[in-house]
Design a protein around this ligand. Structure first.
Ligand code: FAD
Length: 449
C-alpha cells in the first residue's frame, strides 16, 4: 500500500485539474477512474466516420477559468457556425425565421419576455452563486417551482414557455415544475446573468479544435505515467481524522486526503466506513440528474446553409426544443453537415419509451419542421447514451429538488474528516459546466496547498 498526499476519485475535468495543480506543487497524487478513459462527461468519438462531441462541447466568454486553461494547454478554438437566419416555431405552430436573439413572437409576448428577462437578471445580480441560500429572497424562491413563479409573473403562456425553455429543457433538463425558482436563479447567476442564457451566440460561442475532450486528455498527459489508474472504480473508503484508505476491485490506496471528484449522485454509491454524517447522506438524496438526449444528425451537405439558414432552431413546442449547426469546421475537406439537437426531460422520457426506429423517425420529423423535408434523409444518426451510463446516469448535470437548496446547500462543499467533494454540479460560477469543474478543482487545490 502506498501513501499519497491526495487520492482523487474521478478523472473528469474536476479531478484532473486538482491532480495537475497538486503535482506541479510537488505533492504526490493518485487518480482512480472507473471508466476505461479520462474526461467523464467530455467525450469526443469517431462514430461511423464522423467525429462527434458526445458530451460537453461549447465554450462561452463568461467561462474565464476554462478559457485560461485552454490557453495554458495550447489548444485552439473556432466559432460555432451562425451565418443566416434562425428558425422558431411558436404556440400557433407556425414556423418563422428570424435574426438576432429575440424570437419572432407577438409584440405583447416580446414585451413580457423582456420584462421577465430583466426580473431574472435582477434576481441573479443579487445572488452569490456559491451561496444561493444567502439570496435576500432565498426562502421564498426555494419554496415554489420555477413554473409557479413564472405563472405568478405573467398570463402570457408563450412568454412563460420561452423563458421556461432557457432554464428547464435547455439547462437543468428538468420540467419547470420540478425545480425551485431559486435553482433557476442560480442557473442564471452562474452564467453571469439570465440575459447570457437567452443569447445562443454567447452561451454556445466557440468549440475546441479536435473537441473539448482534448482538455482532460491534455491534463492527464501532463501527469507522470501511472498517476491515473483507469477501469478502477472505487467501492469503499475507510477513513479517520488522519486520512483514508480507498478500495477498488484491484487494490487499496491510502492518502492523507481523499477527493471525491464525482457528481453528488455518485458520492453515495461508495461505502464509507464509518458512514458519512447523516446530513451528508440525506442531502444527496435530494439531488438528481436531469435528462436530455443529445442528438447528432449528419447529412451529405449542410443543406440548411444553402437555404439561408444558420441551423439554429428553437421551439418549446417541438420535440427537439433546440438545434444548431454542429459541423466540424476544424476538419479540412469536411463536406458533410452535422446538426446537433436536444430532446429534454418529459419529452426525453417519451422518446426513450419508443423503439429506436420510431425514436429516430420522431426526431427527424421534428427537424423537418424546422429545416424542411431534406432533414428526413440523414447519412448518420446518433444519440448520446449518458442516461444509460452508470458513471453519469443523466445529462447535463445535477440539481436539488424544491426546497432543498436552502435546506442543505451550505453542506454541499463541506469536508468530512479527510474527505472533500467537488464537481461542476456543486460549482458557483460555471455551475453544470466545464468552467465550474475547473473552478471547483482550483478551489480544492487552494484548500490543500
Ligand atoms: P465528470 O465529468 O462527471 O467526472 C467524474 C468522473 O468520476 C467520471 O469520469 C466518472 O467515471 C468518475 N467516477 C464516478 N464514480 C466513480 C467511482 N466510484 N470510482 C472511480 N471513478 C468514478 N459543459 C460545458 O461547459 N459546455 C457544454 O457544451 C456542455 N454540454 C454538455 C452536454 C452533455 C451531453 C453533457 C452530459 C454535459 C455537458 N456539459 C457541458 C457539462 C460538462 O460536461 C460537465 O459539467 C463537466 O464535464 C463535469 O466534469 P466533472 O469532472 O465535474 O464530472
Amino acid at each position: 500500500m502506498t501513501d499519497f498526499d491526495v487520492v482523487v476519485v474521478g478523472a473528469g475535468v474536476t479531478g484532473l485539474t486538482v491532480a495537475n495543480r497538486l503535482h506541479a506543487a510537488g505533492k504526490s497524487v493518485l487518480v482512480l477512474e472507473a471508466r476505461d478513459r479520462v474526461g467523464g462527461r467530455l467525450l469526443t468519438e469517431d462514430i461511423e466516420g464522423v467525429r462527434l462531441e458526445v458530451g460537453g462541447q461549447w465554450v462561452s466568454p463568461d467561462q474565464t477559468a476554462l478559457l485560461a486553461l485552454i490557453d495554458e494547454l495550447g489548444l485552439e478554438m473556432y466559432s460555432r457556425y451562425r451565418a443566416g437566419e434562425s428558425v422558431y416555431i411558436g404556440a400557433d405552430g407556425v414556423r418563422r425565421t428570424f435574426e438576432g436573439e429575440q424570437f419572432p413572437v407577438p409584440a405583447t409576448t416580446e414585451a413580457e419576455m423582456e420584462r421577465l428577462t430583466k426580473e431574472l437578471d435582477r434576481l441573479a445580480a443579487a445572488m452569490d452563486p456559491l451561496a444561493p441560500w444567502e439570496h435576500p429572497d432565498a426562502d421564498e424562491l426555494d419554496r415554489i417551482s420555477f413554473a409557479t413563479w413564472l405563472a405568478a409573473q405573467t398570463d402570457d403562456a408563450e412568454a412563460r414557455d420561452n423563458i421556461g425553455l432557457y432554464i428547464g429543457p435547455a439547462m437543468l433538463t428538468k420540467p419547470a415544475h420540478s425545480f425551485s425558482a431559486l435553482s433557476a436563479v442560480l442557473m442564471a447567476a452562474s452564467a453571469g446573468g439570465f440575459s447570457n442564457l437567452v443569447d445562443a451566440d454567447f452561451i454556445l460561442d466557440r468549440r475546441v479544435v479536435g473537441g473539448l475532450q482534448r482538455v482532460p486528455l491534455a491534463l492527464a498527459a501532463r501527469l507522470p505515467e501511472g498517476t491515473v489508474h483507469l477501469s478502477e472504480a472505487v467501492t469503499t473508503i475507510e477513513w479517520d481524522a488522519d486520512g483514508g484508505t480507498v478500495f477498488t476491485g484491484r487494490g487499496s490506496y491510502s492518502g492523507r486526503r481523499i477527493l471525491m471528484a464525482v457528481p453528488p449522485t455518485l458520492v453515495n454509491r461508495v461505502q464509507y466506513i464509518p458512514a458519512l454524517p447523516p446530513v451528508q447522506a440525506q442531502m444527496r438524496q435530494h439531488i438528481s440528474f436531469g435528462l436530455v438526449v443529445k442528438l447528432h444528425i449528419t447529412y451529405d451537405t449542410p443543406f440548411w446553409r444553402t437555404n439561408g439558414l444558420s441551423g439554429t432552431a428553437f421551439s418549446p413546442y417541438a420535440l427537439v426544443h433546440e438545434a444548431y449547426d454542429n459541423t466540424n469546421e476544424d476538419i479540412d475537406g469536411e463536406t458533410r453537415g452535422t446538426l446537433v439537437g436536444f430532446v429534454s426531460d418529459v419529452k426525453a422520457d417519451g422518446i426513450l419509451a419508443l423503439s429506436p426506429e420510431a425514436r429516430k423517425q420522431a426526431v427527424l420529423e421534428s427537424l423537418a419542421a424546422y429545416y424542411g423535408p431534406e432533414a428526413l434523409n440523414p447519412v448518420g444518426y446518433y444519440e448520446s447514451p449518458w442516461m444509460a451510463d452508470e458513471w453519469t446516469v443523466g445529462a447535463f448535470g445535477t440539481s436539488f429538488d424544491i426546497g432543498s437548496l436552502t435546506r442543505y446547500g451550505s453542506h454541499l462543499r463541506q469536508e468530512v474528516g479527510p474527505l472533500s467533494f467537488a464537481s461542476s454540479d456543486i460549482a458557483g460560477l460555471g455551475f453544470q459546466h466545464v468552467d465550474g469543474a475547473i473552478r471547483m478543482g482550483e478551489a480544492i487545490f487552494r484548500r490543500y496547498a
